[in-house]
Unconditional design. Structure first.
Length: 571
């Protein structure tokens, strides 16, 4: 076996350990780890045997609860390697650090050995010698008393003394209420009166006074013997030690208190739901965000969400978290509170389980209105022209590609608009006037556009209108004429009034087209319209070559493409 210590070395190590620790306390262990009497062949000598209780116990019963996992791990090492060593604290003296050595000495004595010793200091000498024997009491978990009708104790078994520390003489003849914690007196008396009236059985949990002055949590099952004669009534009280259970409850209570104190200090709204979806806890921040003066629930959250679609998504997310343990994240819009605008909130649904393993969920709600506003501003700046508020070139190209990926050939048309004689406006009236003219053009395009149409400024005085709808290939030129009629005409600027004229080219989607080819086709048609100088829209069809030459000539005159900010000059 890997790492196993040879039998001779193991037995020699145990002998050295006992020889160097006069205060060592020894226990014999069976193969399953339960404590058994030391074999007569074991030379106890100056060492002391660990007291062996009547009930079945292990070395786990010797140490404090916090050390039990470490002891179990040491026992596993001893099973694999022959020896396991661990630092522990005994129940009888939790402040003192001890060393527990578990060793296989079956070859010599027929048992496993558990040896408790004090830790050695850094010089190798014993830190202290036990003044007396290390007594690790084993407290029974069950005991029995007998009581009269007036709750006077008439008899106890020996486990009562071992559990509570009181002798028979101290308890018999005393009233049982004398041993009950003041805070539990009312509950104990109420249960006792109900027992006497029903001639049955009653259970009560309370703190019982121990002989050392401490209090022990017990559950008492009082059983009435059913006799009506008062002097013949005998109530048998079965007393069970529930201190470990109550300690766990207390630890849980403290943990919940700490959680709630933390939750109340968080800027995040917290709502806890149990397995049936009912609310267990909500912090003040959650109620504030949801804007409810009543008990905060998942229903109050859903009622505060503006969009029915978002309501449905959050409801489904809660159900999935409770039923399948799946987490999810959402962003929702809440209805505006009085005097305020609507708010955006991030919402996380986290699947959890309670102490009994029952499914539940925690909803975390954060008001992200300001960050959402900033995010939208950044998105708008990245996709829109700063001067006119239209889409920029990159955004409209991306939108066209999306339309191409799912549209039919007759479902949209592209109209290219270029201002005629724009350069003289900049030269004679100034760039500020040119900017005003571009803003006016964009506004007129918005006024004639329909829901779903896209308006973009490609740069300088070039604009694109993408119209969506059925059979646009048959109506594209008519739409372009409406665009012409809406754009052409006088425009009032700060510096005076000018006549706006624009050249317009139109194309519609054909099989195999891309966003770039559509823009190029509409651009070529626009140059044909500009060449004719009649103000009529031109549609794409055989004019691409001429338009391309004109485009190259125009770009050369500009010295490159126009900027998205301000107005680039054009003819």
């Amino acid at each position: 076996m890997d790492g196993e210590l040879a039998v001779e070395n193991r037995e020699g190590a145990v002998a050295t350990l006992l020889a160097s620790h006069a205060d060592a306390i020894v226990a014999a262990l069976a193969d399953d780890g339960t404590r058994i009497p030391l074999p007569k062949s074991f030379p106890l000598g100056i060492h002391q045997a660990l007291p062996l209780p009547a009930e079945r116990v292990t070395m786990l019963n010797v140490v404090v609860a916090a050390d039990r996992i470490a002891v179990a791990a040491a026992w596993d090492r001893a099973r694999r390697q022959g020896v396991g060593v661990v630092a522990v604290h005994a129940l009888s003296d939790p402040d003192t650090r001890l060393t527990l050595t578990l060793a296989d000495v079956r070859n010599r004595y027929g048992v496993w050995l558990g040896v408790l010793t004090h830790d050695d200091d850094e010089h190798g000498s014993q830190s202290k010698v036990l003044a007396g024997p290390l007594i690790v009491p084993s407290r029974p978990r069950q005991a029995t008393m007998h009581k009269s009708m007036t709750a006077v104790i008439t008899d106890i078994d020996e486990n009562v003394t071992r559990m509570l520390g009181w002798s028979r003489a101290q308890m018999i003849g005393a009233r049982s209420s004398d041993f009950v914690h003041p805070d539990d007196q009312e509950r104990a008396v109420s249960t006792w009166m109900q027992l006497l009236s029903e001639y049955g059985t009653q259970r009560v949990r309370l703190r019982h006074l121990c002989a050392d002055g401490g209090w022990l949590w017990v559950e008492i099952e009082n059983i009435h013997n059913g006799v009506e004669a008062q002097d013949e009534i005998d109530v048998v009280a079965h007393v069970s030690d529930i201190s470990d259970e109550m300690a766990a409850h207390e630890a849980l209570r403290r943990s919940e208190q700490q959680f709630r104190r933390l939750a109340e200090a968080l800027p995040t709204g917290i709502l806890q739901l149990c397995h049936d979806g009912s609310a267990v806890y909500a912090n003040a921040r959650f109620s504030e965000i949801v804007n409810t003066t009543h008990a905060a629930t998942s229903a109050s959250l859903l009622a505060a969400i503006s969009s029915p679609g978002e309501q449905s998504a959050v409801q489904s997310a809660i159900e999935v978290a409770l039923e399948r343990g799946v987490d999810s994240e959402h962003e929702v819009e809440l209805r505006p509170q009085r005097g305020r605008v609507s708010r955006r909130c991030s919402l996380a649904v986290v699947a959890v389980a309670d102490q009994n393993g029952e499914p539940g969920a925690t909803i975390c709600l954060n008001d992200v209105t300001e960050s959402a506003r900033l995010r939208e501003e950044l998105r708008f700046q990245a996709t829109h022209d700063a001067l006119t508020g239209c889409l920029n070139r990159a955004a409209v190209m991306q939108a066209l590609e999306q339309l191409l990926s799912k549209g039919r050939p007759d479902q949209f048309a592209v109209i290219f608009v270029d201002v005629d004689d724009f350069k003289p406006v900049n030269d004679h009236l100034g760039h500020a006037a040119g900017d005003e003219l571009l803003i006016a053009l964009a506004e007129r395009l918005r006024n004639i556009s329909r829901d779903g149409d896209l308006i973009a400024r490609l740069g300088g005085d070039e604009f694109v209108l993408v119209c969506r709808g059925r059979r646009l290939s048959a109506h594209a030129e008519a739409i372009a004429r409406r665009v012409r009629d809406a754009l052409n005409g006088p425009v009032s600027l700060s510096s005076g009034q000018i006549d706006l004229r624009a050249s317009i080219g139109v194309t519609w989607l054909r099989p195999g087209a891309t966003a770039e080819t559509l823009i190029a086709q509409a651009d070529a048609a626009m140059y044909e319209s500009k060449r004719q100088r009649r103000g009529d829209p031109a549609h794409f069809g055989g004019t691409t070559k001429k338009g391309s030459r004109a485009r190259a000539s125009k770009e050369a005159a500009r010295g490159g493409s126009a900027s998205n900010v301000g107005n680039g000059e054009s003819d």
